[in-house]
Design a protein around this ligand. Structure first.
Ligand code: GLC
Length: 498
């Protein structure tokens, strides 16, 4: 339907590009989001008849380890990408995941780098520049007009830059607008220069960008994207400060009117203590005594003497400096004479893994550590534990705290980024859901842990905390709705719903 030359009712086409998406491939939080946000948007659009309806499709690199899983997929198109090594062929396969059409892009730079994220920055940059360029060629190859190209992090950011610089656009990209979601600002695509040269991508010319940023994929994308979305409202403000802005704060200030925050959600069916088949006893906020059965079981599993009355603290995290694992370790040392027991789970930085093991040696009665990724065990921990420790140095959104709250496991976290947006501190607050440490250091974190441990002694107050935490709505619905609104207000030729 045309009104004043504008299309009133038409499906809004969105191509969602990411380096990882669960269940295809997942390394970190980006994989969780890219694996659930498109589905949430599509669900909202079809089941609740949003205006307009949204056809959202996912595009991922076809990593060798993904190919090895022999996911049923069809080769649907091939095209070539120009490089200084000549024309490189891209092959695009199509598959379907819970109703979402997913395109998997293969090609020499993707096959050659082997890993999802390799320690060779150069290889990574080449792979993701190739992938980003393929995302721009795909709509024409499919004959599919794209309204919104939704990019995520540095891996796909360069597509916004190249699209903006392209003078002769195919009709499928004529009116395409770009959104770049920032999940993690410090990762900008270091080592990309040879890759940019190889694919003849010219540097950014934006004078507000620091010189070093004009040749880095993320800043280049941030300068070109029509909208920038951070994964929480708080982080969208923090990136404008010198503390969190990674030296891009002054440049980001020039783009402030295009920056906003949308909080991530979690899949509340997937993370549900009432139905979770991997925990010892299912429970909800009406029968919290059953949560205790999970605590007894996990204490037994980890060979603790059965001290159910002592708070059980957990750390479930990538072993990464960002997550403040060292802060937690030092804070626990500071309060070693107070009664608590702790289990640390995760893999990553060998130094941090060793520090966890050293804490077990120092406090063998109180601490257990398992240096591995184990998603089923993490569920038993959320179900059995009283407190989740999350002393992040920065946290664009954070997922574990939302999962923990859903399982009645109370977060003790740094007051940063999405942690502030999702946790309400217990100080003078009847609707509290956790405890926030003002600073990300061991002193501040140990004080906050003590505050939580003291509160734990008052079981009525603790019970209320659990009830409030479990009552929080962290489902994707709200975020999906907000993304659809952003798409609609940004897309060319839409009449806003009155
Ligand atoms: C990154 C951020 C994390 C966020 C996730 C998903 O991993 O560090 O805070 O939750 O992306 O957006």
């Amino acid at each position: 339907m045309e009104i004043n030359g504008k299309t009133a009712y038409r499906t809004l086409n969105v191509l969602f590009a990411a380096a990882e998406a669960d269940p295809f491939i997942k390394i970190g939080g980006l994989g969780d989001v890219a694996g659930s946000l498109p589905n949430a948007i599509s669900y909202l659009s079809t089941k609740k008849h949003t205006f307009p309806s949204v056809d959202i499709r996912l595009v991922l690199p076809f990593y060798p380890q993904l190919k090895a899983r022999e996911i049923p997929s069809d080769l649907i198109t091939t095209f070539t990408i120009k490089s200084t090594d000549g024309l490189l062929q891209a092959e695009v396969f199509s598959t379907n995941f819970s109703g979402i059409t997913t395109y998997l892009v293969s090609g020499d730079p993707i096959i050659r780098s082997q890993m999802v994220y390799s320690s060779d920055f150069r290889l990574d940059a080449e792979k993701f520049i190739f992938f980003s360029l393929a995302c721009l060629l795909l709509p024409h190859a499919l004959g599919w007009k794209v309204d919104i190209l939704h990019l995520n992090d540095w891996h796909t950011a360069i597509a916004a830059h190249v699209l903006k610089k392209t003078v002769l656009k195919p009709r499928e990209l004529k009116h395409t607008r770009t959104i770049l979601t920032i999940h993690n600002l410090p990762f900008m695509g270091a080592g990309a220069e040879p890759g940019l040269a190889k694919f003849r991508v010219k540097p950014a010319t934006n004078k507000d960008l620091p010189k070093w940023g004009r040749r880095l994929p993320l800043p280049m994308g941030l300068a070109a994207a029509d909208q920038i979305i951070a994964v929480s409202p708080k982080y969208s403000k923090e990136i404008l400060t010198s503390k969190y802005g990674c030296d891009l704060q002054n440049f980001l200030a020039t783009r402030q009117s295009h920056i906003s925050g949308i909080l991530n959600g979690i899949d509340t069916q997937h993370w549900n203590p009432a139905t979770d088949p991997h925990i010892t006893e299912n429970y909800d906020s009406q029968n919290l005594q059953k949560k205790k059965i999970n605590k007894v079981a996990i204490l037994k599993e980890f060979n603790f003497k059965q001290k159910v009355k002592i708070p059980l603290l957990i750390l479930v995290s990538r072993m990464d400096p960002q997550k403040g694992v060292d802060i937690a370790i030092e804070a626990l040392k500071l309060i070693k004479d107070v009664p608590w027991q702790a289990i640390l789970l995760g893999t990553g930085d060998p130094n941090l893994e060793n520090a966890c093991k050293a804490l077990v040696e120092l406090l063998p009665e109180k601490v257990r550590a398992l240096m591995q990724f184990d998603s089923k065990l993490s569920r038993r921990l959320y179900a059995g534990a009283d407190i989740l420790m999350m002393p992040s140095r920065y946290e664009p959104c954070g997922i574990s705290q939302m999962i923990a709250m859903r399982y009645g496991c109370i977060p003790v976290a740094s007051a940063t980024g999405g942690l502030v947006d999702t946790i309400q501190d217990a100080e003078n607050n009847d609707n509290a859901t956790g405890f926030l440490s003002p600073e990300a250091n061991s002193q501040s974190f140990s004080h906050t842990l003590l505050r939580a441990i003291e509160t734990y002694q008052n079981q009525d107050q603790w019970h209320q905390l659990m009830i409030s935490a479990m009552a929080q709505d962290f489902s994707w619905d709200r975020s999906a709705q907000q993304y659809i609104e952003r798409y609609t207000s940004l897309a060319h030729g839409y009449i806003k719903k009155r």
